[in-house]
Design a protein around this ligand. Structure first.
Ligand code: LMR
Length: 394
């Protein structure tokens, strides 16, 4: 039986992680996988996470099961972090999931159960795992234009024109902030136009928000999500704590579903819990518990927010430096977009061949579509990257 299995296509981002690990060069630079690194190249455990772990170690008396949908205190804290008071809590069903990817999977399964005919609309480009999961679940998908690769910004006219093609009940996947892979974000008036279009056509927004706090700030990064939540009768959300709490390996995420009424919310919540049971039973608790402790303790929360802000401002400073260095070396303004993009990523605009040359000749690793992770750089490596980009002709 097992010989019938075919080789699965390698995940390009994870494949790159392995290639980087196997490269013996000491001066190699990893701008691949979306993991935050400080100036020393370390992905630190955040201070508040360490403090919460110390408290938990002393206070925790059992490792017995929590609730099937996760600890209600975690679900409340995460709903509040993402949605604040944009929608009545009584309309929001929630389930803890293994990371943001687990939430994406759960949300899509929920869509498949509620409306197997729904088409999932994805931005072109998007995080490669989006289409991969949708394919795996055998669901229909289409893309909408998102990125203008000449202007290196959002092709909003193209996006709206394509989304005019959705049918009632179709699901439109949007990146809540810090678009992965491009770094180009929607403005608030653009979010409003999307809300109007979705309401007109009966589409359902599905927001993947994995980088809240990495762009313009915790509240600012959730502004588009909250705008939609305040207006849409139904909405789906997958949120991740991997990046903003730095708990990547703990797998802490949440699936949120805004129902049209409190009565329907109960059924939706029951379905989310049922899906947890079918997929993995109880969700992982450790990371979720740390997040809950941090969000519900004013001292821990203030320290977490302060460190998150240091991370965010550090990435912005790198963006400014890289943009200025490239401007100096190229004598042109064509790299100004790096400073205006937000989050961990920017798509720099190198060809696949140039990306290979950057890797082979300069030991600089980025995803094949020329997405680079800003957090992989520091003050010393920015000029090295800038020179290499000019050298390969970007
Ligand atoms: C990324 O896009 O690099 C991250 O979200 C990590 C991953 O799992 O792909």
């Amino acid at each position: 039986m097992l010989e019938n299995l075919c080789q699965q296509p390698a995940d390009k981002i994870l494949q790159l992680m392995k290639m980087f690990r196997d490269d013996p060069r000491a001066d190699k630079i990893d701008l691949g996988v979306g993991v935050y690194k400080n100036a020393e190249g370390v992905t630190p455990v955040m201070r508040a996470v360490k403090a919460a772990e110390r408290q938990l170690w002393k206070a925790e008396t059992t490792k017995s099961y929590t609730a099937l949908a996760g600890d209600p205190a975690y679900l409340d804290a995460m709903r509040n972090l993402v949605l604040a008071d944009s929608v009545a809590a009584g309309r929001v069903a929630a389930a803890a999931t293994p990371g943001g990817t687990g939430a994406i999977h759960m949300v899509l399964e929920t869509v498949g159960m509620a409306n197997p005919e729904a088409t999932i609309w994805l931005s072109d480009p998007t995080w490669p795992n989006h289409p991969s999961i949708i394919n795996h679940l055998g669901m229909k998908m289409q893309t909408y234009r998102y990125f203008d690769s000449e202007a290196r910004g959002v092709d909003f006219a193209g996006m709206i024109a394509d989304l005019e093609g959705i049918k009632a009940g179709d699901v439109v996947l949007l990146h809540g902030c810090c678009h992965n892979p491009t770094g180009a974000n929607l403005t608030l008036p653009e979010w409003q136009e999307i809300a109007d279009l979705l309401q007109k056509r009966g589409g359902i927004p599905f927001i993947d928000i994995a980088y809240q706090g990495f762009g313009d700030g915790l509240d600012q990064d959730a502004a588009g999500v909250r705008l939609l939540a305040g207006q849409m009768p139904e909405m789906l959300i997958a949120a991740s704590c991997s990046k903003n709490f730095g708990v990547y390996r703990e797998r802490a995420g949440v699936a949120l579903a805004i129902a049209p009424s409190e009565a329907i919310r109960g059924v939706v919540g029951g379905n989310l819990a049922h899906l947890n049971r079918q997929n993995f039973s109880f969700p992982p608790d450790h990371g979720a518990r740390l997040v809950t402790m941090i969000l519900n303790d004013s001292v821990l929360c203030a320290d977490w927010q302060a460190e998150l802000e240091e991370v965010r401002l550090g990435m912005l400073a790198i963006r400014e430096q890289l943009s200025a260095e490239l401007q100096r070396l190229s004598g042109s303004d064509r790299f100004g977009f790096i400073a205006t993009h937000r989050g961990m990523f920017s798509r720099i605009g190198a060809t696949p061949e140039q990306v290979v040359t950057l890797r082979e000749k300069h030991g600089i690793y980025m995803v094949g579509d020329s997405r680079l992770n800003i957090a992989g750089l520091n003050e010393t490596t920015v000029p090295i990257l800038a020179r290499a980009l000019i050298d390969v002709g970007v």
